[in-house]
Write a protein that binds this ligand. Structure first.
Ligand code: PEP
Ligand code: MN
Length: 364
């Protein structure tokens, strides 16, 4: 065993305070690239005075081979040095038992589990087993697919291994086709997870949701409006030159600006604050409306594909029995959600008409 029980204990005492910071701000590069980059970033992050933990990916799970896959364990030495020079606690991603062992041996203060790993119960169990007896805090990202049970399962495996300090990271979900986001936020799933585990720190990862800088501020504000406890956000001293995820990284200086632009939540409301909270809710509504529109766009794409099939097989565009069955199902669902049948009629008839237009266009 390269790590001792004592060093884990010490780890925990420092880190237990860490995850209780509000807002909790974790930042640093997508990947550790060179010793100089890690140290420069650490000093820049330290100097803005708002960062609680420095992150850096050491082993990078890339979706496809051939991209930069991380510097490996040597990066842990650089991070330890960064911690020594700045006092900033350090966080890395782990995906295997071996990586857990190496990270703990290097006194990493916080571990996080990536979205591709959370999606795999075999990996989660392997990591959980390797953490047995350790005292390090662990943050668990949502799985890449929008499956709340899988996320909960990952959390449970880590907790059952005896890890007491755990937290959750919302980093969005994979999607096929056009979306302004790299990983769509699907706020309603995250809100449900947060509701079920209200006592756990709940962080936003705007970098991996957005995939590009221009969207980050808005997503962070949404999360703060929804009472998230903080964020894990990628930053790099020279973002455009980053070896991974260049488009979504910001400089430490830009991070400070972003933090200063946030409207933070307060307890109790004055009339000014009521206006503020109205604004916040409107932003959430705007966001939901955008999501509805995106879904409608997707629905029309499928309708057009069906149109193609109907054309090939010479079927009518309007299939009344099918539409009646659909409406019946929707009435039932709507009732459970407290929505009236009149609303279902108006709303879905409009959608249906639009679908028919799309199909007719394909068929004729
Ligand atoms: C990361 O944090 O750099 C990362 C790989 O994230 P995710 O697991 O969310 O894709
Ligand atoms: Mn990244």
């Amino acid at each position: 065993m390269p790590h001792t029980y004592m060093s884990r204990q010490k780890n925990n005492r420092e880190s237990a305070r860490l995850l209780r910071q509000r807002p909790l701000i974790i930042s640093g590069p997508c990947s550790a690239e060179t010793e100089q980059q890690v140290l420069e970033t650490a000093h820049a992050l330290k100097s803005i005075g708002r960062v609680d933990v420095m992150r850096a990916g050491i082993w990078k799970p890339r979706t496809r081979p051939g991209n930069f896959e991380g510097v490996g364990a040597v990066g842990l030495d650089w991070l330890q040095q960064a911690k020594k020079e700045t006092g900033l606690p350090i966080a890395v991603e782990v995906a295997t038992a071996k990586q857990v062992e190496k990270a703990l041996a290097h006194q990493v203060d916080v571990l996080w589990i990536g979205a591709r790993t959370t999606a795999n119960p075999f990996s989660m169990q392997e990591i959980a087993d390797s953490l047995r007896g350790a005292k390090v805090p662990v943050l668990i990202k949502n799985p890449i697919n929008p499956d709340i049970e899988l996320w909960i399962g990952g959390l449970e495996r880590i907790q059952k291994a005896g890890i007491e300090e755990v937290g959750l990271i919302h980093r969005g979900f994979s999607t096929y086709g056009n979306s302004e986001f790299r990983n769509i936020p699907t706020w309603q799933l995250a809100i449900e997870m947060k509701r079920r585990f209200n006592e756990l720190p709940f962080l936003i990862d705007p970098s991996h949701i957005c995939g590009k800088r221009s969207l980050i501020q808005n997503v962070v504000q949404n999360a703060i409006d929804l009472d998230y406890d903080g964020m894990i956000i990628e930053s790099h001293i020279r973002p455009d030159e980053a070896w991974s995820d260049a488009q979504q990284q910001i400089t430490p200086g830009e991070l400070l600006k972003l933090l200063n632009n946030i409207v933070w939540r307060k307890d109790g409301l004055s009339s000014e604050e009521i206006n503020e909270s109205l604004d916040r809710m409107r932003r959430i509504i705007d966001n939901l409306d955008d999501e509805i529109l995106t879904l409608l766009g997707k629905r029309m794409e499928i309708a057009e594909q069906i149109g193609g099939l109907k054309k090939t097989h010479n079927l009518t565009v309007l299939q009344t029995t099918r539409w009646n069955q659909t409406l019946m199902r929707l009435y039932e669902h709507a009732k459970r959600l407290g929505l009236s049948p009149e609303f279902v009629d108006q709303y879905f008839n409009a959608i249906h008409m639009e679908s028919i237009k799309h199909q007719t266009k394909i068929i004729s």
